[in-house]
Design a protein around this ligand. Structure first.
Ligand code: CIR
Length: 278
């Protein structure tokens, strides 16, 4: 496999019945959410990813947030046991799709973990202890990953759904972070870029091989990332955000083995434009 792959999953007709933890339920226009998802897939395709889109049903309202069902490493894919019972029906089809690319390991009961709580930065794996992810699953992750040279670090998070609601990687050594939701101290070896105070949800950015995908609702934070010399593309994910989702949640990125930790090429100019995919 030399072409990178992104596994995505269709927006369920039942999206409006999604799980919600920190947000109030507001009406969701499913057709609009599907249209935004279509543009998101376009951003992945533009970046050179082959997109494999799985079907959904009315029995899995949160299926579009496929990130929560697995964590993909070079060596294996860990298939999660999602913290929300309503999301466990999503697992089988995602595992089947991933098995083509990686050996699989499964988180077992009583462990629960969502992929959104797992931030992989090189050989370091940070796991957020959210309402979805418990200590047993962290221990299982550590047992699986330590023999492969990964260090697993548990971190506390406040006031947000997942670890990656609060912090994501934008290049090998730089994290985009909302300090109101997570203490930067856990990441002292990294350079930290903080979100604009007016854009608390902006810390969720999707790092692809040569660009960063961010939601268009957060232009000030996008400018901060672009100022690092990283090409940023933005997509409108506002309807998906009503279901407490963001840009990393909507794909499982599978890079060819051995390339996911390559240092991202920074452009020579420090003034990269922010492009829109809307
Ligand atoms: C849920 O609560 O599970 C969905 N409504 C949203 C999941 C978003 N996933 C993510 O941030 N990784």
């Amino acid at each position: 496999m030399s072409t990178p792959v992104a596994i995505t999953r269709a927006v369920s007709p039942a999206l409006a019945s999604c799980e919600l933890t920190h947000q109030d339920r507001v009406p969701i226009d499913v057709a609009r959410a599907a249209a935004q998802h279509h543009l998101y897939i376009g951003a992945l395709t533009d970046a050179g990813y082959r997109v494999e889109q799985l079907d959904s049903t009315g029995e899995m309202p949160d299926s579009v947030f496929v990130e929560d069902i697995s964590v993909v490493f070079d060596e294996l894919a860990v298939v999660t046991r999602p913290g929300a019972v309503s999301r466990r029906a999503e697992v089988a089809a995602v595992a089947e799709a991933l098995a083509v690319y990686r050996p699989l390991s499964f988180i077992k009961e009583p462990g629960t973990i969502d992929g959104g709580d797992v931030l992989v930065a090189g050989k370091r794996v940070f796991i957020g202890r959210s309402t979805r992810t418990n200590a047993d699953a962290v221990a299982q992750m550590r047992r699986l990953l330590s023999p492969m040279g990964y260090t697993v670090c548990e971190v506390a998070i406040d006031d947000c759904l997942h670890l990656k609601s609060a912090v994501t990687t934008v290049d090998e050594q730089t994290l985009l972070l909302n300090p109101a939701w997570i203490a930067p101290a856990a990441f002292r070896d990294f350079e930290i870029v903080t979100v604009d105070d007016r854009e608390p949800h902006a810390a969720n950015a999707l790092r692809l091989r040569d660009r960063i995908v961010m939601a268009s609702a957060y232009p000030r934070t996008a400018d901060r990332v672009a100022a690092l010399g990283l090409p940023v593309v933005t997509v409108d994910a506002s309807e998906l955000a009503k279901a407490e989702g963001a840009v990393t949640c909507c794909s499982l990125i599978i890079e060819p083995r051995g390339t996911s930790n390559e240092r991202q090429q920074r452009a020579t100019s420090s003034e990269q434009p922010v492009a829109s995919n809307e």
